[in-house]
Design a protein around this ligand. Structure first.
Ligand code: ADE
Length: 240
């Protein structure tokens, strides 16, 4: 009988997703996509990724952009600190090239480093995010780096966290976890009513124009200043 990996790769050939960042091997483009995808859904990322690369096609172009423009372009993607870190990463790359250890770049953790190494540099590593970890854990399969895109897609479209669609799964015949449901798992905390929402609202106002600090939530401003997302000078809050 075919191995899990052979079944998975066969499935990917006809059911894999055609995503814009899968058509390039440019490390900067892959980095942009992976940082956007860290906490934002694929469908929301697609148009923003395309627009971003039209505006800043290289790390050098992004490095030269004012941070305020970068933060404004990021609006709507959420978790705005990623914009500041991506800008800093581009400045590092523009100044001294890509480091051997990609986790040396701001905002780049193990998964993102491995994704750039795999999808841009074609290194023999398997990037493991929560979706991939789930598929590997449930199936007990041995998957190599050739399966990276296929595992991401199976985890995102079939082997879902709570109610897996085993009827559609190429691995279900041999899967020890077949048909099992899982407890709800809230991986991002609730946005409505949160401090994160308050911060996002304040940043969105400041992105439209400089505001007096007195009109804004003080705790949110302090947190945004600390993260380098806004500047507070003479009681005025502006983008950096
Ligand atoms: N392709 C490459 N990396 C991806 C990711 N993190 N999510 C969806 N598709 C991808």
């Amino acid at each position: 009988m075919a191995s899990f990996e052979a079944l998975l790769l066969g499935w990917y050939e006809h059911s894999g997703r055609d995503l814009p960042w899968r058509r390039t091997r440019d490390p900067y483009s892959i980095l942009v996509s992976e940082v956007m995808l860290q906490q934002t859904q694929v469908e929301r990322v697609i148009p923003r990724y395309v627009r971003w690369l039209e505006r800043w096609p290289t790390a050098a172009a992004l490095a030269d952009a004012p941070l305020g423009d970068v933060i404004r372009e990021w609006q709507g993607l959420g978790y705005n600190r990623r914009a500041v870190r991506l800008h800093r990463a581009a400045q590092r790359v523009a100044a001294s090239g890509w480091p051997d250890d990609l986790t040396a770049l701001p905002g780049v953790g193990r998964y993102t480093a491995d994704a750039v190494a795999r999808f841009a540099l074609e290194q023999d590593v398997l990037p493991v995010d929560t979706n991939v970890r789930r598929v590997v854990d449930r199936t007990g399969g041995a998957f190599g780096s050739v399966s990276a895109h296929a595992l991401i897609d199976l985890g995102a479209t079939v082997c879902l966290a709570r109610v897996p669609r085993c009827g559609l799964c190429p691995l279900s015949a041999k899967c020890p976890a077949r048909g099992r449901r899982y407890e709800p798992l809230r991986k991002q905390s609730r946005f409505e009513g949160s401090f994160r929402q308050k911060r996002a609202r304040v940043l969105s106002l400041v992105a439209q124009g400089t505001r007096p600090a007195s009109e804004l939530d003080g705790d949110a401003v302090a947190a945004l200043v600390r993260d380098g997302l806004v500047r507070l000078e003479d009681e005025l809050v502006s983008l950096p």
